[in-house]
Write a protein that binds this ligand. Structure first.
Ligand code: SF4
Length: 354
């Protein structure tokens, strides 16, 4: 049986040192390898320049660089969004999105191939669950986007990462948090925890675990409805983790970490966008250090709703601000023409028979 090669993107710096030590190699070379991986953004083992040949020989024999090949890419007509369909080693495919806003660039990263949560308005949910991504596959997406940015016409560094792509991050907790740790390493990618956001549909044990483990990254909770029945109709996972348990977990998170929490609300015309709905969500989260991010629904093949238009979103925001003192934003629409918006990511041609 051939030995499975270790994917370098899945290792912390300490684990990389250990890998060298176990091979009888000087651990001092780990820093150079790490530098070439995350500052040089090496595209293959040959890009690990400055690393001694005998170390490279060992790495070539026992390790690999899990670069995810690009199966397709698309750029939005306004040039602000670029979406990549990336291949995984077993034939699964995931989407990763790079979005440019005024003054910042954000990578939207997938944590699973498909998703088991089944939110009715989400293309990933509509395709079903395929498998978990490894920490290496998550890190590799970020490196891919960072490399594209660094080598583009206006080179810049990637600073913001949101786990809002395909999959429920807290359903793949260990791999997501390990990837975040790797990406935060100050001698490598050096992403600030304040610029990493994990978005969950309400996986209560994961939220509690983030609080208890004092996770440094931000949390966004997708609410979409403020009553149990309305929520369960949009987010089937709410049947497993009811709204009252979810809110208890959110309070625990804010109290334990003394940190603000973000609530996401997909605005669906005529369904959850009235002033009454705004009051319901205001009452639900009143007292929490919170911000509400309103996201006009993006179209998907499997859901017939329409996005809330202009004035209704403003009225919703006014109720939150004036009656509850809650700050809110309306998400800038990005990449809708290439199906790169919130809830639109999916493998466009899932293979049959699996
Ligand atoms: S919205 Fe998120 S949690 Fe819900 S189905 Fe889509 S990817 Fe999964």
């Amino acid at each position: 049986m051939t030995e499975a090669k270790t994917d370098l993107y899945g290792l912390t710096l300490d684990e990389l040192r250990l890998l060298l030590a176990r091979a009888g190699l000087n651990t001092v070379h780990a820093a150079r390898i790490w530098n070439r991986l995350y500052l040089g953004l090496a595209a293959d083992m040959d890009g690990l320049d400055g690393v001694p040949e005998r170390v490279l020989r060992h790495l070539r024999a026992h390790a690999r660089l899990g670069i995810l090949p690009v199966a397709a890419h698309a750029e939005s007509s306004d040039g602000f969004t670029r979406k990549h369909l990336l291949g995984l080693g077993d034939g699964e495919r995931i989407e990763t999105v790079l979005m440019r806003f005024t003054g910042r660039v954000t990578a939207c990263i997938s944590s699973q191939a498909g998703c088991a949560m089944g939110c009715v308005f989400c293309a990933t949910g509509q395709m079903g669950y395929r498998r978990q991504l490894s920490a290496a596959e998550i890190v590799s997406q970020v490196v891919h986007v960072a490399r594209e940015l660094a080598r583009g016409p206006e080179p810049c560094r990637l600073r913001n990462v949101v786990f809002m792509g395909m999959g429920e991050p807290l359903h793949n907790y260990d791999a997501v948090m390990r990837a975040a740790d790797i990406l935060r390493d100050p001698s490598g990618m050096s992403l600030s925890a304040a610029r990493i956001t994990v978005s969950t549909v309400g996986v209560v044990p994961g939220i509690r675990r983030m609080a208890d483990e004092r996770s440094p990254v931000h949390l966004a909770v997708s609410l979409h409805a403020a009553t149990q029945d309305e929520r369960a109709a949009l987010v089937p996972a709410a049947r497993k983790w009811p709204l009252d348990e979810l809110m208890d977990a959110c309070r625990h998170f804010c109290r334990t970490l003394e940190r603000r929490i973000f609530f996401e609300w997909t605005l669906i015309e005529g369904r959850n966008d009235s002033e009454l709905h705004a009051r319901q969500v205001g009452r639900l989260i009143e007292g929490l250090p919170a911000q509400v991010n309103l996201i006009p629904l993006n179209p998907t093949a499997g859901f017939g709703g329409s996005p809330t238009r202009g004035e209704a979103a403003k009225r919703f925001q006014r109720v939150l601000a004036e009656e509850f003192g809650l700050p809110s934003t309306v998400r800038q629409r990005r990449g809708i023409d290439i199906a790169a918006g919130c809830g639109q990511l999916a493998d466009p041609s899932p293979r049959s028979g699996s």
